[in-house]
Each structure stands twice: as C-alpha cells, then as structure tokens.
Design a binder for this molecule. Structure first.
Ligand SMILES: [Zn+2]
Length: 399
C-alpha cells in the first residue's frame, strides 16, 4: 500500500496507455525470465488475451527488444514460435569510474558486454570528461544503427534527479556535471548513480536467481572504501540527494589500522576496506621481521589462497570487522540477504566463517536468518552496475 502524493499524481494517473505499458513490461519480463517461451504460453501464464499478447510481442519486436528463435514442439496444431531477448545488438553504454581505472563498455539487452575500453582514471575532472565522451563516441560510431543510452557509476554521491555527481571524496571533485555533458555532445540520454547503488541494481536484475526473487537486500562493496546499496521493496533506496547507504562511516571500533577517507579511525571503512587488509598484512610482516613487499589486494588474495599465513590472517581479521558491520545492518534493517562484492570475494572460503559466525549473533529469536552471500557479478561488479542503470529501465515498471 502506497500513499498517493498529489504533487506526483499528474505522472501517476492511469491513462489509457498506462495499462498497455504495464502489460508490455510484464510480457517483456516473461520473455526475459522464461525464454524460450511462446506467445501461447505467455497468454496462459498472464491470463491476457492471446491477441493482446501478439500485439505486444509485435511492438517489442519492432522496438528491437525481443526476437524469434524458431519453432518449439507442437501440442496439437501449428508449432509455436519461440521468443527470447534480442542478443548481440548493442543498446547500453556503461561508464564505470573507479579511483584507479575507468571503463567504457557497450552491451546488449541481456547485459552481455560486447566491447569495452579501459584507461587510467586521472584526478583532472575536465580531462576525464573529455576522455569519457571521446570513448563513448568511438564505440557508438561503430554502431550507427543503435539507439544508445548511457549509465555512469561513480565512487561518490550522485544526485539522479539533478543528473550530477555531488562529491567524489577520492579526488575531492564536486558538482561534476558529466551526465549532462555526455547528452549535450552525443545526444544520448545519460543516468548517473553511486557505485554501490549501481551494484545493488545489478544484483537485482542480473545477480543469481535467489537474489532476483528477493525484494529487500543490502549490497556491501569492499574496495578502497566500503559502499553499501539498499534494495527496499524491489528498488534502490536512495535517501535525500542520493546520500543513503553511507554505512562506511558508521563506528565499529577504535584505532583502525588505517584512516577512513573522512579522516577518522573509528569508521567501518577504516576497519574493513581493502586498505585495512593491506595494512594489517604489512603489520604482520613487520611484527615477524619479514621482508616487506609492496602488495595490492589482488596479489594478497592470491597469496592467501596459496596458504601464506600472514595473508590468511590479515583477511580473517578484516572479515571479523566486516562481519561486525554486516551484523549492524542486519539488526537495523532486517534484510533477506546481504551480498558482498569486491576482490575480497575471491577469498570467500577464507573469510566466510568469520562473517557467518558474527552475523549469527545478530539473529533475533524467531526471525528468519539473513543469508550472507558472495556476489556473482564477477570481477567488475561496478561495470555491470553502470550498464544496469540503462538495462533495468527497459524491464522495470514505470510506477
Ligand atoms: Zn569515515
């Protein structure tokens, strides 16, 4: 049940087209989730008229969203034509800005990346704007027949309604107007989102089956910092000005191994980010008078998987703090699941016990247990996130 706000009523009123639009989205989602599927099956499952389904399928085919893939088995009479999402034709451009590198990619409706380009992220905001637009134009020029939309994921606070990045702490960028500038030069509509929210959206639409059916969950991205995305009732909960989910700054202890991006040593981020893992590892080596070596997170995870004691201990100790934060989220928001993403997930076997045992303590009598799971989005969850900003719109209902 939702309250009707009169300020918004104009856009929500049920016009004759609204019902057709809703039905169109339902049919598209049947094709997405149950393909290969025939018109007759869709009509049976949705209880829509067979002729209505056929008209909608024609519209969706014309819009380049679904395609015929030949005929299925007949249950008497003519063999049915089977449908699936149209694959292989580019429709979305994703721009994934991370502190180290930026990737621009094109993908089809099923979220399959068809081509991508990566370059180092520069701290110069104007230069980055130019580079991103240049790459978008290059990729788009190869597919002049496509109608593109652009999704941009950034490691900071982004206001979707203003279409602008308010703040990126890593580079101290403020008021980055990237979405509007992309649209101005290329003519493509562009959507901007905080990286953790974009990941949450990607999990909702492209994560494993179990998640797709979950209406309330939280994603925790462990990277340079810690970002969280909240999916509440099947959509992103953004809060005022898109600033919700800044749990990276909740206090989980004192004297963390590194400073948080905000300067404090009490924040969750200071205790449980990649920086904290690396610092703990260096400290363990120092304590045992072992030779220091420069190590990045990817390397450290490999060392741990090969059984190196200090790397394993650094990961486990960090997992304990990650677990404390997750436990707080569970107690406060009671989600059905918490999904962890980032390179740390490659060492899931090493960290999972610590996470589960702490989160276990946040189970409250009689309530169902929250599952804590590793993301299935692979090693560039934020790229899938940026593409999801475009793709989810094609499948989501407008109201
Ligand atoms: Zn902080």
């Amino acid at each position: 049940m939702k309250r009707i706000y009169l300020q918004k009523a104009k856009t929500q009123i049920a016009r004759p087209n609204t019902i057709r639009d809703i039905n169109k989205q339902i049919v598209l989602n049947y094709v997405r989730d149950r393909s290969p599927i025939s018109r007759a099956e869709i009509a049976r499952e949705t209880a829509l008229q067979r002729s209505t389904v056929s008209a909608i399928v024609d519209d969706l085919q014309e819009a380049g969203l679904i395609e015929d893939i030949g005929t299925g088995d007949s249950t008497g009479g003519r063999k049915p034509t089977l449908l699936r999402l149209k694959t292989g034709s580019p429709i979305a451009i994703g721009v994934d800005v991370t502190p180290q590198k930026t990737t621009v990619a094109i993908a089809d409706l099923a979220g399959q990346v068809l081509e991508k380009e990566t370059f180092p992220t520069s701290a110069n905001m104007a230069f980055m704007t130019g580079q991103i637009i240049e790459k978008i134009r290059e990729l788009a020029a190869k597919h002049p027949e496509s109608d593109f939309e652009v999704g941009i994921s950034v490691p900071g606070i982004a206001d979707q309604t203003l279409g602008k990045v308010l703040y990126i702490p890593y580079f101290n960028w403020r008021d980055w107007n990237i979405a509007a500038q992309i649209t101005e030069v290329t003519g493509f509509p562009a959507t901007i989102e905080n990286d953790a929210n974009a990941i949450a959206l990607a999990e909702l639409w492209f994560g494993h089956d179990k998640i797709r059916k979950t209406r309330n969950f939280i994603t925790v991205l462990v990277g340079e910092g810690i970002g969280t995305g909240i999916i509440f009732d099947g959509q992103i909960y953004r809060g005022e000005k898109g600033a919700a989910g800044e749990f990276g700054h909740m206090i989980v202890g004192v004297d963390a191994p590194v400073q948080c991006s905000c300067g404090s040593r009490d924040c969750w981020e200071a205790h449980a980010s990649e920086k904290a893992i690396i610092r703990r590892y260096q400290k363990l080596l120092e304590d045992e008078n072992l030779t220091q070596q420069a190590v990045d997170i990817k390397h450290l995870v490999t060392l741990a998987k090969n059984g190196e004691t200090q790397a394993v201990r650094a990961l486990r100790e960090t997992a304990r703090f990650l677990g404390i934060g997750i436990s707080n989220l569970i107690v406060g928001l009671s989600p059905q699941a918490v999904i962890v993403s980032g390179i740390i997930v490659e060492a899931w076997d090493i960290i999972a016990d610590e996470l589960y045992s702490i989160a276990e303590r946040s189970v409250r009598g009689g309530l169902p247990k929250t599952s804590i799971i590793a993301s299935s989005l692979g090693d560039s969850p934020t790229l899938i996130g940026s593409l999801s900003l475009v793709l989810a719109k094609k499948f989501a209902s407008a109201s």
